[in-house]
Design a protein around this ligand. Structure first.
Ligand SMILES: NC(=O)c1ccc[n+]([C@@H]2O[C@H](COP(=O)([O-])OP(=O)(O)OC[C@H]3O[C@@H](n4cnc5c(N)ncnc54)[C@H](OP(=O)(O)O)[C@@H]3O)[C@@H](O)[C@H]2O)c1
Length: 364
């Protein structure tokens, strides 16, 4: 299969290198803003060269962000080319539209690397959902936050200090808001929940509380009480619809999530028949993510069709019945609440006048 890769950054260059070792794939074109010496004349600055090339059956969009990724991906699907992307922003924001376009034009649209990076999480979630009722999903999907929290649990460091170190190591972006604010996790929650439950929920449906206000004092308290704090995405089916939210969560020391070190991810699904399945590994990085992109390409090349069920479950998110205890620190004092609904806890967080407010759900 002849393919084109758009962008040649961390993931694009990783996918290119992995493709060299894969049978039956030829990278015919790479779209980039300037020449790349080692790639020679396969590099183009003009997307039209790729769109009009009938030999190119698949476009791997590795530019990231919403624009021009959205324009490039929709044009590829409209011309019947398959699309693979690691771009969670794009997939979460244009979920319905891009799936509809793929269906209308007989193309495959796959994005395994968009949640879990190198972990075949979405692939297996989708595979399992063909024959099972997925009851819930949950997990650590942001390596930057896990690195920060894991280090804070093991060393007496403050948040600002360890965030700066994560930036130095290249684990955190210069602007870390998407990671530490929980928005990256929120997008991965949207994509995972939509695949799991056949829904089309969007980012606004998923309340999010990040880790930016956590202190060494909070962590000391958690350590003393046998808890580990992790940023988790959570979603599940309820009798009336679905719940979905992102928040720091206190898990017991024996929980699988508790022992996830450094910048790794751990993501689980619970199905009616299969029970709980967990997936662990590198959620980001050049080769893990590049591999995941090329695995999707190979699945399409092998004719594995995962196109969604055409009927959608018209389900809305309601977090009012999803309740648990919370650790809340406000105006310098902390308490453990009784069971509080997720809706109520996130309302308290958004209405607090304390800019240092911190809360974490407690998983019983
Ligand atoms: N990095 C990871 O480990 C990882 C993991 C999972 C998912 N993802 C997702 O993968 C996507 C790509 O991430 P990345 O880390 O590879 O980003 P990156 O290193 O910044 O790469 C993006 C590349 O696209 C190029 N580019 C930007 N605009 C372009 C345009 N109009 N035409 C052609 N090329 C253009 C950039 O060129 P310049 O460098 O010249 O700007 C750069 O080479 C994002 O959606 C990200 O969320 C990344």
């Amino acid at each position: 299969m002849k393919i084109a890769i758009l962008g040649y950054g961390v993931v694009g260059s990783g996918a290119y290198e992995v493709a060299q070792a894969a049978h039956n794939i030829e990278v015919k074109r790479v779209l980039y803003k300037r020449p790349i010496d080692e790639l020679g004349d396969i590099v183009t600055t003009e997307y039209e060269d790729i769109l009009k090339d009938e030999e190119i059956e698949l476009v791997a969009e590795c530019i990231g962000g919403l624009h021009p990724a959205y324009e490039y991906v929709s044009a590829a699907l409209k011309s019947g080319k398959h699309v693979v992307t690691p771009n969670k922003n794009l997939v979460a924001a244009y979920w319905d539209e891009l799936h509809d376009l793929a269906r209308e034009h007989g193309a495959e649209f796959r994005y395994t690397a968009s949640a879990g990076g190198g972990i075949p999480w979405l692939f297996n979630l989708q595979r399992q959902s063909r024959s099972d009722d997925i009851l819930s999903i949950s997990g650590i999907v942001n390596g930057t936050c896990n690195y920060i929290l894991d280090t804070m649990h093991n060393e007496p460091v403050d948040f600002a200090e360890i965030l700066a170190k994560a930036q130095e190591l290249g684990y955190a972006e210069k602007d870390p808001t998407a990671d530490i604010g929980g928005f990256d996790t929120q997008r991965k929650c949207v994509i995972s929940a939509n695949l799991a439950f056949g829904t089309s929920i969007s980012e606004e449906d998923v309340p999010v509380f990040g880790i930016q206000n956590i202190t060494a004092g909070d962590i000391k308290y958690f350590n003393e009480h046998g808890y580990t704090c992790k940023l988790l995405m959570n979603a599940g089916q309820t009798e009336t619809g679905a719940y979905a939210y992102v928040e720091p969560t206190l898990v017991s020391r024996g929980a699988l999530e508790s022992s996830v070190p450094a910048n790794n991810n751990l993501i689980s699904l619970t199905g009616n028949h299969i029970g709980t399945l967990s997936f662990y590994g590198q959620g980001a990085g050049k080769y893990p993510t590049g591999t995941s992109v090329i695995q999707d390409v190979l699945d399409i090349e092998n004719g594995w069709k995962f196109s969604d069920k055409s009927e959608k479950n018209d389900v809305s998110v309601d977090n009012r019945l999803e309740a648990h205890r919370y650790y809340i620190r406000e105006n310098g004092s902390c308490k453990i609440t009784g069971p509080l609904s997720v809706t109520e806890a996130h309302r308290l967080a958004s209405e607090s006048s304390d800019e240092h407010f911190f809360m974490a759900g407690i998983r019983e």
